[in-house]
Design a binder for this molecule. Structure first.
Ligand SMILES: Cc1cc2nc3c(=O)[nH]c(=O)nc-3n(C[C@H](O)[C@H](O)[C@H](O)COP(=O)(O)O)c2cc1C
Length: 202
């Protein structure tokens, strides 16, 4: 598929066909493409925990919902996804990398960092997974884990405290679903968001 088509066809998928598994080669392709993402200082402070069996996925949903919580339509749709990929960032990998002689931030202070590039880079890797999914004929969604569930997700999957869960990518063959209310918002155009030479100059 042409790059422009992949980019334009990528839409978040919130309902999946539970009976169609994601072929291993497609999953491998997604993960091999993820590591082609750029990263500050080539720190590559990302990890991916892949959940592809029912007990693994159930463990995730148990960790992120209240016991007995009725499943809303969003949850019912997403729960059918055959694969969940937890996208983790590793801040220390960046602090260590930038303490090396060619960077020189030997104090490992976070004050040097204008934004948390460890999370930015993991987000870029996640986007490559989403685009690879489109190119492979799959649907996908990037979604966040509510802050109150991070501890339980860490415990459920043995994720070290040094890692942060930036978000989760669900993957699978798409089924038609309701449009997200967010899409009532207008998609800002390239012209609207571009400032030529200085802010505000169109
Ligand atoms: C950082 C981030 C967090 C998101 N979290 C959620 C989420 O928790 N649940 C959800 O259904 N969609 C989530 N989305 C998807 C957005 O709602 C979606 O990208 C947006 O509405 C535009 O739709 P599109 O991606 O299909 O073009 C998230 C997207 C991003 C980038």
């Amino acid at each position: 598929m042409e790059l422009d088509d992949v980019v334009r066809r990528r839409r978040m998928t919130r309902r999946y066909d539970p009976d169609r598994t994601v072929p291993d080669e497609v999953l491998t392709r997604c993960l091999e493409n993820a590591v082609r993402a750029p990263s500050a200082g080539f720190s590559q402070g990302w990890d991916f925990v892949v959940l592809r069996t029912a007990p693994e996925r159930d463990r995730f949903w148990a960790a992120t919902t209240q016991p007995g919580q009725p499943a809303d339509p969003w949850l019912r749709g997403i729960r059918e996804a055959p694969v969940l990929i937890l996208c983790l960032s590793h801040k220390d990998a960046y602090l260590d990398r930038y303490a090396e002689p060619d960077k020189g931030w030997t104090d490992r202070s976070e004050r040097h960092w204008p934004v948390p590039y460890w999370d930015v880079d993991t987000g870029m890797a996640a986007l490559l997974i989403l685009l690879t999914a489109v190119d492979s004929g799959l649907g996908s969604l990037f979604f966040g884990v509510p802050v109150e569930h991070h501890e339980t997700v860490h415990a459920a999957f043995g994720i070290p405290a040094s890692r942060s869960v930036v978000g989760v990518v669900s993957l699978g063959y798409a089924r038609p679903g309701p449009r997200s209310p967010s899409l009532r918002r207008h998609r800002r155009t390239g012209a609207e968001v571009t400032h030529w030479g200085r802010f505000g100059r169109r």
